[in-house]
Design a protein around this ligand. Structure first.
Ligand code: GDP
Ligand code: MG
Length: 688
């Protein structure tokens, strides 16, 4: 495939709710564009985009996939994305390089949670949007109802450009509202026709609304229109395209991906009214501490950003990149602005599903791939030597659902570190945390499906097998009253003995004030040099766990007396004495368990706020505030014990039908209610 200038490029992300037909639509586009001779089917695992065996077994997409094709002198870089909320990280990455987001909406299910969630992302990025209403051939498909839902959710910018002709099994084509022409399809082949009589009145009415909606955006056009001079289709399309570029007009087109009805027209619209990279704001980059913008100019110096990394079975590390300016050629040398390392671009290629097609050159605005970059990760910028500009890193969505992972065998354990590194390289949304409090390696994902697939990839792609365990809660303990204790370490049974005695007073400090150690030794009861050893012993014992086995916090210790032996005393002996003293003291000081409490902010539609509030109360939560969070939504802020949030990602999703989302951060430690102490001790013991 030849490389084309930016005005001929269309970077299009297919987004929307799971199973709305995105992968099938990509398949249909590749087929009508003549890239594939036969159309694959998601159910058979034969589509170009769902090429990962995990996708075959799940019957749906889990990662983004490129499906470029040529259409009427344009190169359309289609990016198929997964619709399930767990894989939203892939959508983030795709929207980063797309110039247009096409929302695939099933005419049966209508606007769904996934549609709304990605729409919010596109709004945040000011990305142009279009809607493809799919599955019009299905029983109970309803274009009007879907259009109403689109308007009520996404506002007046929704502009239908087509009306379906026929419905359900009788769906056979579309009426083009700009040109007042019908297109009828037989086995995917289009033929031009008159608008059917029974829909003429409706078509004319919607046509007029559309034209009026378009001309109001252009004063000159408006004036002519008011004089009775109806603009030509091309003029209307040009003005419409401006509204699309400005993300104020969202064209709605329709068809059936499975029956290949009106798919060629979809490709036409992408080329005629879809934005090219030139229609989008220039890329923002930083150099040292200032920011500048880089337009997609093929004659400028080369600059590229890596938006996805894939661990390919055959060629290893594959980086997908977008050229932001200039031209990139095979064997070019560019510098990674983050690491400073020189990267040679061995053999550029076009990636279509899992297929590679060699490329000699890629121009500004275009997407391509390269293998075997040595130290480059997703989000990195590649620039000429001496121009260390960087594209600001992408913030992946928060991965809040964590499970503990344990290598199954020693061999697995030896490989685990590298495998986790490669896993995160491929999916930066995955987070790996080594929790020193709970001694657990935790893998965080956006949800349980995301975590399950990450673990499956560890096994299938990196041959490392792990077992999972429930996320442990980092409990702590402290004391509630003062106490005194002695630590007596004495081993004097011939040879070099060990001897050290220390006397300490303990008292609780304020919550979160931490540990305090005071040396109140008088008269040299213990030599100065041994005092730090006592403190070390005390701190080690506190970290190792008190009466309940949890790290001890917020205790003030005063060392006020002790005994030493001129020969047998040593730092080691006094460390041991310190350990003994604090252990004895804790037991007498009214020990209690502390649990971590998070501050969560849950955003939910108004109508289900009550359920969520009730649920937070049932989780021992204390609601701090509720306030409006944008149209039709409320933000609930609450303090909730972390133990009650371990599976909150999944439980909130089922409570709110996927419409709730939340952020969380650790806030403070608080007393664990006494009636829960035994339960927690049993759980921790069972876990040990
Ligand atoms: N009847 C009908 N089924 C469709 C159409 N498009 C997709 N499907 C089916 O919908 C299901 C989900 O399709 P898929 O492309 O995987 O959706 P995605 O999750 O959005 O990528 C599959 O069973 C497809 O065969 C369509 O236009 N008509
Ligand atoms: Mg899919």
């Amino acid at each position: 495939m030849t490389s084309l200038p930016p005005e001929k490029i269309r970077n299009v992300a297919l987004v929307g709710h799971g199973a709305s037909g995105k992968t099938t639509l990509a398949e249909a586009l590749l087929h009508v564009a003549g890239v594939t001779a036969r159309r694959g089917r998601v159910e058979d695992g034969t589509t170009v985009c769902d090429h990962d065996p995990i996708e075959h077994s799940r019957g749906g997409s889990v990662s983004m996939s490129l499906a470029p094709f040529m259409w009427k002198g344009h190169k359309v870089n289609l990016i198929d994305t997964p619709g399930e909320p767990d894989f939203v990280g892939e959508v983030h990455a795709a929207l980063r390089v797309a110039d247009l987001a096409v929302f695939v909406v099933s005419a049966v299910e209508g606007v769904q949670v996934g549609t709304e969630a990605v729409w919010r992302l596109a709004v945040e990025q000011g990305l142009p949007r279009m809607v493809f209403v799919n599955k019009l051939d299905r029983e109970r498909a309803d274009f009007e109802r879907t259009l109403d839902q689109l308007r009520s959710r996404f506002g007046a910018g929704i502009a239908p450009l087509e009306l379906p002709i026929g419905s359900e099994a009788a769906f056979r084509g579309v009426a083009d509202l700009l040109s007042d022409v019908a297109w009828l399809y037989e086995d995917g082949v289009a033929s031009k026709a008159e608008i059917p009589e029974d829909m003429e009145a409706l078509e004319h009415q919607v046509h007029d609304n559309l034209v009026e909606g378009i001309v109001v955006a252009d004063d000159a056009l408006m004036e002519r229109y008011l004089d009775g001079d109806v603009p030509a289709v091309e003029e209307l399309e040009r003005t419409l395209a401006i509204g699309v570029d400005e993300a104020s007009v969202f064209p709605v087109i329709c068809g059936s991906a499975l029956k290949e009805v009106a798919i060629d027209r979809f490709a036409d619209f992408l080329c005629e009214i879809g934005p090219s990279p030139l229609d989008r704001p220039p890329a923002e980059v930083t150099a040292a501490d200032h920011t500048m913008t880089i337009p997609p100019d093929p004659s400028a110096p080369p600059l590229a950003v890596v938006f996805k990394t894939v661990a390919d079975q055959f060629v290893g590390h594959v980086s997908l990149f977008k050229v932001l300016s200039g031209k990139v050629r095979t064997d070019d040398h560019l510098v990674n602005s983050r690491t400073g390392s020189d990267e040679r671009l061995h053999g550029l290629f076009l990636l279509r599903g899992k297929e590679h097609e060699p490329l000699a050159e890629v121009m500004a605005g275009d997407l391509a791939a390269v293998a075997k970059l040595t130290g480059t990760a997703t989000g990195d910028t590649l620039a000429p030597k001496g121009t260390p500009v960087r594209v600001p890193p992408l913030t992946p969505p928060e991965a809040l659902h964590g499970v503990g992972i344990v290598a199954r065998t020693q061999a697995d354990d030896d490989k685990l570190g590298t495998a986790l590194h490669r896993l995160v390289e491929e999916d930066p949304t995955v987070r790996i945390v080594r929790d020193d409090d709970t001694h657990q390696t935790v893998l965080y994902g956006v949800g349980d499906a995301h975590v399950a697939i990450a673990i499956e990839r560890l096994a299938t792609k990196f041959s490392v097998h792990v077992d999972t365990e429930e996320l442990r809660v980092p409990y702590r303990e402290t004391i509630t009253q003062a106490a005194q204790a002695e630590g007596r370490h004495k081993k004097q049974s011939g040879g070099h003995g060990q001897f050290g005695v220390c006397n300490i007073r303990l008292a609780p400090t304020g919550r979160g004030e931490g540990f305090q150690f005071t040396d109140k030794i008088v008269g040299g009861a213990i030599s100065r040099s041994y005092v730090p050893a006592v403190q070390k012993g005390v701190e080690e014992a506190m970290a190792a766990g008190g009466v309940f086995g949890f790290p001890v916090v917020d205790v003030a210790v005063e060392l006020y007396d002790g005994k030493e032996h001129s020969v047998d005393s040593s730092e080691m002996a006094f460390k041991a004495a310190g350990r003994l003293a604090i252990r004895a003291g804790l037991a007498d000081a009214g020990p209690v368990v502390l649990e971590p409490v998070d501050q969560v902010v849950v955003v939910v539609p108004n109508e289900i706020q009550g359920d969520v509030l009730g649920d937070l109360n049932a989780r021992r939560g204390r609601v701090q505030s509720t306030q409006p969070a944008g149209p039709g939504e409320q933000a609930i802020t609450a303090l909730v014990p972390a133990a009650e949030l371990v599976r909150y990602v999944i439980e909130l999703r089922s409570l709110t039908g996927g419409r709730g989302r939340f952020t969380t951060r650790h806030d403070h430690y608080d007393l664990l209610p006494t009636h829960l102490v035994d339960k927690v001790r049993r759980e921790v013991a069972a876990d040990a």
